[in-house]
Design a protein around this ligand. Structure first.
Ligand code: HEM
Length: 436
């Protein structure tokens, strides 16, 4: 048995309608687990003027399984060029996601993990005993993967990091149910617009120059292959995801031309850096704050087989996820949890927060949920989303995050000089030191 429910609901009920959301958001920040526990026990579906909160595992699954009813309409204003993520269960989403899933060949993953290990080690060895784990490590490693594995070459990693940052902040944390002044909202949107424009120009130039380079490569390919035979199997052609996209020619009927390749290349960048950075840095802090887990993690970090270490990371992310919810907007009225005492009719046009962190503490799927238990059933986690919009980069993220965490944990005498400093929702800095 965990602690008794915290009795936040009477306070929320007494709060005037116009300030209920601010109170709820404060509770979600200061005591998410206590607040969610009370919701699950007392009011599994909480209706607020601006949005409806859904806290039980079964109800979260129910809504995320119905993308045409619980839609991603709120992404539309934040994304350009019809990116697949803003489409709900239609031809474009189905087509482009599956093409990208194929190109991100899961057989690459052992090599990607080795890349992450080497990039991480180089950064840590070059840091001389101290680093800002946010910008100097947890962002820089995925930015290097974006450059070297995804193939977004020819641009400073600092720029890639900035573009990912603003897209993430504006899309996920500048929504009607986020608390912000009009000036803050405008500043975020303007920064996203400006960085989106730079990203668009960069992608256009990248696609053009890589296409020309690949044409020459094709002309030279027979000679290069011959040369490769003498170099004993070294691959003569550059291989990365952008190159794969541009080398693959689909018939016109498939509707995946060079423009769509460019849009999806941009998506790879935006999706990767800030998400991976936040997940990694929060996991590192969580482990450093729990001495027993830290020792356990450090011991397993030395094992050749990473599976035990990885399971510690996934369990840590249940306690410190990058966001406690995913959001949707209903396209029509729908009665959720029908036939249960908490069945609730949600009108069309309602913003709904699927409280995925709460679902990960629902005893329905997580036995003794307050206990930290590695090796839980992986399929019950929501770390990479669920349903039609489940993360495209899931498998890459599944090797990046634990390897980034693992390498820094192996530094002798690792210590935090201070806690993570946040800028709004996003980590800004986290000074770490170790013995050299
Ligand atoms: C590794 C590179 C990554 C790429 C390229 C990527 C890309 C994407 C894309 C394109 C989607 C939308 C899929 C769709 O709408 O069908 C998505 C969804 C999602 N991603 Fe990722 N992602 C990456 C890493 C991560 C990481 C590290 C996390 C969390 C730790 C994460 C969490 C999520 C979540 C929760 C969703 C679901 C959003 C929703 O349902 O509204 N992603 N990702």
């Amino acid at each position: 048995m965990g602690p008794a429910p915290a009795a936040y609901l009477p306070r929320i009920d007494r709060e005037p309608a116009e300030s209920k959301l601010a109170l709820v958001r404060r509770l979600m920040e200061t005591d998410p687990l206590g607040f969610f526990k009370e919701l699950r026990a007392e009011r599994p579906i909480l209706v607020l003027p601006e949005c409806t909160l859904v806290s039980l595992y079964d109800d979260v699954i129910e809504m995320l399984n119905m993308p045409k009813i619980f839609t991603v309409k709120l992404y539309e204003a934040k994304m350009a060029n019809g990116y697949l993520m803003m489409h709900d269960d239609d031809a474009l989403h189905y087509r482009e996601k599956s093409i990208m899933q194929g190109l991100l060949n899961r057989d690459d993953l052992p090599e990607v993990r080795r890349m992450v290990r080497d990039i991480s080690r180089d950064l840590l060895e070059g840091a001389g005993g101290g680093i800002d784990a946010v910008s100097g490590y947890c962002r820089l490693v995925p930015a290097t993967i974006v450059r070297d594995y995804f193939g977004l070459i020819g641009m400073h990693r600092k720029d890639l990091m900035e573009w990912s940052y603003w897209a993430q902040v504006d899309t996920f944390y500048n929504q009607p149910f986020d608390i912000a002044t009009a000036e803050e909202r405008e500043r975020i949107q303007a920064s996203h617009d400006a960085s989106g424009e730079k990203l668009g120009k960069y992608i256009a130039a990248l696609v053009l120059t890589r296409s020309i380079a690949l044409k020459f490569e094709r002309l030279w390919a027979p000679l290069q292959r011959l040369a490769a035979m003498f170099r004993k199997g070294k691959r003569p052609l550059r291989d990365d995801i952008v190159s794969r996209m541009l080398r693959t020619k689909f018939p016109a009927e498939v509707d995946f031309d060079i423009k769509r390749a460019g849009v999806n290349a941009g998506g790879l960048l935006i999706g990767t850096i800030e998400t991976t950075a936040q997940a990694s840095v929060q996991t590192i802090q969580y482990l450093l704050q729990h001495a027993d887990l830290f020792d356990q993690a450090r011991n397993t970090a030395r094992e050749d087989d990473p599976s035990q270490f990885d399971s510690i990371v996934w369990e840590a992310l249940r306690f410190v996820p990058i966001s406690p919810y995913m959001f949707r907007q209903t396209a029509c009225g729908y009665t959720l949890a029908k036939g249960t005492p908490h069945e609730t009719h949600i009108p069309g046009g309602t913003n709904v927060l699927a409280l995925t962190q709460s679902a990960m503490f629902d005893p329905k799927a997580f036995e003794n949920p307050e206990a930290f238990r590695p090796n839980r059933n992986w399929y019950h986690y929501f770390t990479f989303g669920y349903g039609a919009h489940e993360c495209l980069g899931k498998y890459v993220g599944m090797v990046m995050i634990p390897e980034i965490v693992r390498q820094i944990l192996l530094m002798p005498g690792l210590e935090a000089a201070a806690g993570i400093e946040y800028d709004g929702h996003m980590p800004k800095s986290y000074p770490l030191t170790w013995r050299v």
